[in-house]
Design a protein around this ligand. Structure first.
Ligand SMILES: Nc1ncnc2c1ncn2[C@@H]1O[C@H](COP(=O)(O)OP(=O)(O)OP(=O)(O)O)[C@@H](O)[C@H]1O
Length: 249
């Protein structure tokens, strides 16, 4: 359902993504790992229409985002894609509930069904006591749960998450990962998650490792126990860390 073909992206004439290709099937949960600066966020941003790229192709649900007009990309983001960023992207002058509802208010899509879905998610993500507060009154973990509620509320087909557990303590991180896994399994949402954390990655079905703008390794969880998958991820991360510090890529 997502095809990335020979993707190239440069910043200031430095090539960050080097002819990168891979495919994502509908309903997959993929973790993208790799050393700092390897291009993980750049990959997520370019393949999700948030940033442009220099060459290559990205097809989402059969539509080539390269040839889409700005308005078509906006509709794709509104109707099919959601994002969770490490830095929440909440607006300070709006309450929690206003922040969560903002995309739906702007699109004129606030319905009783949406309210019902919101109530259920608010209960699940334990944000009900927070909904009339302002972002400045919340902890990092609370802000992240608000950002997640906003992302889940639209029932997206694809969710792009950049370090969604980066600012969370262990307990909140586990809760977030369990909700992401549930969204993936129950709603069939396709998930792409950038993470440094092997434990977070062990919730995925497939882990892709990037070094210096290319995919150097990928493997599937299959029917392995999560703890065995975690060991495998830790071993590959360790090996790639050693490769990086030896300056080989
Ligand atoms: N807007 C930008 N302008 C210039 N260079 C950029 C920009 N964004 C990223 N880069 C550079 O591109 C490279 C890849 O950055 P990217 O954020 O994709 O890496 P990453 O693997 O996500 O890193 P980290 O794990 O540290 O978040 C880095 O060298 C970074 O400095």
């Amino acid at each position: 359902m997502i095809t990335v073909q020979n993707l190239q992206k440069s910043y200031n004439s430095q090539l960050i993504l080097r002819n990168l290709s891979f495919q994502v099937k509908t309903g997959e949960f993929i973790a993208i790992m790799g050393p700092s600066g390897s291009g993980k966020t750049t990959l997520l941003n370019t393949m999700s229409t948030l940033d442009t790229f220099n060459a290559g192709k990205v097809l989402i649900d059969g539509s080539d985002i390269t040839v889409m007009k700005q308005a078509e990309r906006r509709l794709l983001r509104r109707d099919k894609i959601a994002f969770i960023f490490q830095h929440y992207n909440l607006l300070d002058t709006f309450t929690v509930k206003e922040n969560i509802y903002l995309p739906f208010t702007l699109a004129g899509k606030v319905t009783p069904e949406l309210d019902e879905r919101f109530q259920k998610l608010a209960e699940k993500l334990k944000i009900a006591p927070l909904i009339d507060k302002f972002p400045a009154e919340l902890s990092g973990g609370e802000k992240q749960r608000i950002a997640a509620t906003r992302a889940f509320l639209g029932n997206p087909k694809v969710l792009f998450a950049d370090e969604p557990t980066g600012a969370l303590d262990t307990r909140s991180a586990t809760a977030m990962l369990e909700i992401l896994a549930e969204l993936n399994q129950v709603m069939g949402t396709t998930l792409l998650m950038v993470t440094h954390d092997g434990r977070a990655a062990s919730f995925a079905n497939r882990v892709i490792f990037m070094v210096d703008g290319v995919i150097v390794n990928e493997f599937y969880r299959g029917d392995k126990q999560q703890s065995d998958f975690f060991d495998e991820i830790a071993e590959v991360s360790h090996r790639l860390g050693a490769i990086e510090s030896a300056g080989i890529s």
